[in-house]
Ligand binder design. Structure first.
Ligand code: PHE
Ligand code: CO
Length: 297
C-alpha cells in the first residue's frame, strides 16, 4: 500500500537488498532498471496488453458496483470525473486533471520505493503510482500495491483540497519522524487513515481508505461486520495500535470529516512520539475500558 509499511529502513542499499530478496524469499516486483534519482520511470502505456486492459475493466467494474452507498462522496465524484473505466489510465492525462484541481501530480514508479523517496514525493505533492498490473490469478488479493490499488484507491481522494493538503503534510511529517525515530507510529496513522479510514456522513458511515476502496471484500466487511471494531479517530490511540497486513482490519478508526483529520494531525508530534515510545503498542483488536465501539446503525 505504501513504502514504509514493507521497507522499514530509509537506506537505499537495504532497499535494494529487499528488491533482490524479501524476507520470505520472494522477489519484490517491478523493473527498477530504468529509474531516475527519484525512482520515477516512464509509464510506457503502449506496452500494456489488451488482456491487461481487460483485467483492469473487470477490476473497475466489480469495484464500481460496490461504491454507491459505501465510498465517501469525493471518491465517487472524482472517480467519475477521472473517467478511467475503459482500461489502464494514462497517468499524464489524469495528472493534468488533478493538478488543475489541487496542484498534485502523478509520477510513475516501478513498485515500492524506499521510505524517504516516497515521503519526498508526498511532501512535494507528487503521488507515486505503480505501473504494473496484477496477474488474473491475483484478482481478489494482491500482496504488493499494483496500478489498480494505487490509482483507483488513492487518486480520487487527492481531488479533495483538505485531504490533498493533509497528505502533503504527512510527507513532510514523515521525513521529520525519520529523524525522531517515530516512523513506526506514523506508519500506523497512514495505515488507519489513508489506507483503511472510515468517515461519517449524514447518510451513515462511508469509506475513504484506499486499501478498502480497492478491495472486493473489505469494502462491505468494514461497514457491516460485527467482527471488527469501529472507534472514533484519536491520533494518539491510532499511533499506538498495531495493524494487520494479511487479513481484514480488526479495528477501523472513524473521522467526522477531513477537517478533523487535518486539524488533529497539525500539532507538533515530537512530544507525542516520546510519550508513545514509553508505552506498549496495542493489539489490533483492543477495546480499552471506557472506549465505545461505534454502533453500526
Ligand atoms: N504534525 C506532524 C508533526 O509535527 C506532522 C504530520 C502532519 C504528520 C500531518 C501526519 C500528518 O510531526
Ligand atoms: Co496504498
Amino acid at each position: 500500500m505504501e513504502a514504509s509499511l514493507t521497507t522499514t529502513d530509509s537506506n537505499t542499499d537495504d532497499f535494494f537488498a529487499a528488491v533482490a530478496e524479501k524476507s520470505d524469499g520472494t522477489v519484490l516486483r517491478g523493473d527498477y532498471s530504468k529509474i531516475d534519482a527519484r525512482y520515477v520511470v516512464k509509464q510506457d502505456w503502449d506496452a500494456y496488453t489488451p488482456e491487461q486492459h481487460a483485467l483492469w475493466r473487470r477490476l473497475y467494474q466489480r469495484q464500481a458496483k460496490l461504491i454507491p452507498g459505501r465510498a465517501c462522496d469525493v471518491f465517487i465524484e472524482s472517480l467519475e470525473a477521472l473517467n478511467i473505466g475503459d482500461g489502464i489510465p494514462r497517468f499524464e492525462e489524469s495528472s493534468a486533471l488533478l493538478s488543475k484541481a489541487t496542484g498534485w501530480t502523478l509520477v510513475a514508479v516501478p513498485g515500492l520505493v524506499p521510505d524517504h523517496i516516497f515521503f519526498e514525493h508526498l511532501a512535494n505533492r507528487r503521488f507515486p503510482v505503480t505501473v504494473w498490473l496484477r496477474d488474473p490469478e491475483e484478482f481478489d488479493y494482491i500482496v504488493e500495491p499494483d496500478v489498480f490499488h494505487d490509482f483507483f484507491g488513492h487518486v480520487p481522494l487527492l481531488f479533495n483540497p483538505i485531504f490533498a493538503d493533509h497528505l502533503q503534510d504527512y510527507g513532510k511529517g514523515a521525513l521529520k519522524a525519520m529523524k525522531l525515530d517515530g516512523l513506526s507510529m506514523l506508519a500506523r496513522l497512514y495505515w488507519y487513515t489513508v489506507e483503511f479510514g472510515l468517515i461519517q456522513s449524514p447518510e451513515g458511515l462511508r469509506v475513504y481508505g484506499a486499501g478498502i476502496l480497492s478491495s472486493g471484500g473489505e469494502i462491505e466487511h468494514c461497514l457491516t461486520s460485527p467482527a471488527s471494531l469501529r472507534l472514533p479517530f484519536d491520533v494518539e490511540r491510532v499511533m499506538r495500535t498495531l495493524y494487520k497486513i494479511d487479513s481484514y482490519q480488526e479495528t477501523y478508526f472513524v473521522i467526522n470529516d477531513f477537517e478533523q483529520l487535518f486539524n488533529d494531525t497539525a500539532p507538533d508530534f515530537t512530544p507525542m512520539y516520546e510519550r508513545l515510545k514509553a508505552l506498549e503498542p496495542l493489539a489490533a483488536n483492543t477495546l480499552l475500558p471506557g472506549e465505545t465501539n461505534l454502533p453500526l446503525k
